[in-house]
Design a protein around this ligand. Structure first.
Ligand code: NAG
Ligand code: NAG
Ligand code: NAG
Ligand code: NAG
Length: 181
């Protein structure tokens, strides 16, 4: 058995602190996701947990940090989807209905990017009501995009998962904003 009794305690302190810090962040993520799922039946607890656990823990040690990370995640998702729709539009030459829907989605997602940038600014400066309105409009954009495909029977949206991801991420942001109010 090695004897650790002379191990300088000071060397251990940063380690203890960082473990402690990670636990707090972990608890906050779990707590926040629980509250989010309770506040909105359309919001998946598991989706929330998976999304927020993927982000850098040191950046979401408190609720405002977690909110900002959620907005960034949403912006990342939206930017990604806009790019994906652009690619689809290059390929889909066949079906004019699907093409028209994709064009609408492209406009909706293009508009959502500056909206989320503004939401980030408003969130940082604690203008939570403005941020709320902006992020709500992103939910509307994802919903409107998905609903477009439903206007023709039998049409299949190629964006269902992505629209749902945007919806879920934005709903997390709204739930965090509500907790901060
Ligand atoms: C849940 O989703 C359904 C269908 O999209 C919608 O009609 C309903 O308003 C949503 N509920 C909430 C609380 O957002
Ligand atoms: C997490 O964030 C901290 C502080 O912003 C940074 O120093 C660290 O490199 C980041 N770690 C990862 C894995 O991104
Ligand atoms: C959107 O975010 C979700 C959750 O973080 C992730 O699983 C998904 O891969 C992201 N999608 C895109 C297109 O970035
Ligand atoms: C949206 O995603 C969540 C989490 O992945 C899932 O539980 C839910 O069923 C999905 N909703 C739709 C309409 O696809």
């Amino acid at each position: 058995m090695p004897n650790f009794s002379y191990f300088p305690l000071l060397l251990l302190l940063p380690l203890l602190f960082s473990t402690f810090h990670a636990d707090i962040a972990q608890d906050l993520v779990t707590e926040t996701c629980k509250k989010c799922a309770e506040s909105d039946p359309n919001l998946s607890y598991n989706f929330c947990l998976t999304s927020l656990q993927a982000v850098n823990r040191s950046q979401c040690a408190d609720l405002p940090g977690l909110g900002l990370m959620s907005i960034k995640l949403t912006k990342y998702n939206v930017t990604n989807t806009r790019y994906y729709v652009k690619k689809l539009l290059k390929n889909t030459k066949s079906d004019p209905f699907i093409r028209a829907c994709l064009n609408d989605c492209f406009d909706l997602y293009s508009g959502a990017i500056p909206t989320l940038k503004q939401a980030m600014k408003d969130f940082k400066s604690k203008h939570y009501e403005d941020a709320n309105i902006e992020v709500s409009s992103v939910i509307d954009a994802a919903t409107t995009c998905e609903d477009g495909f439903k206007e023709r029977e039998g049409a299949v949206s190629p964006l269902t998962k992505r629209n749902n991801d945007t919806f879920q991420l934005s709903a997390i942001v709204l739930a965090v904003i509500n907790l901060l109010h």
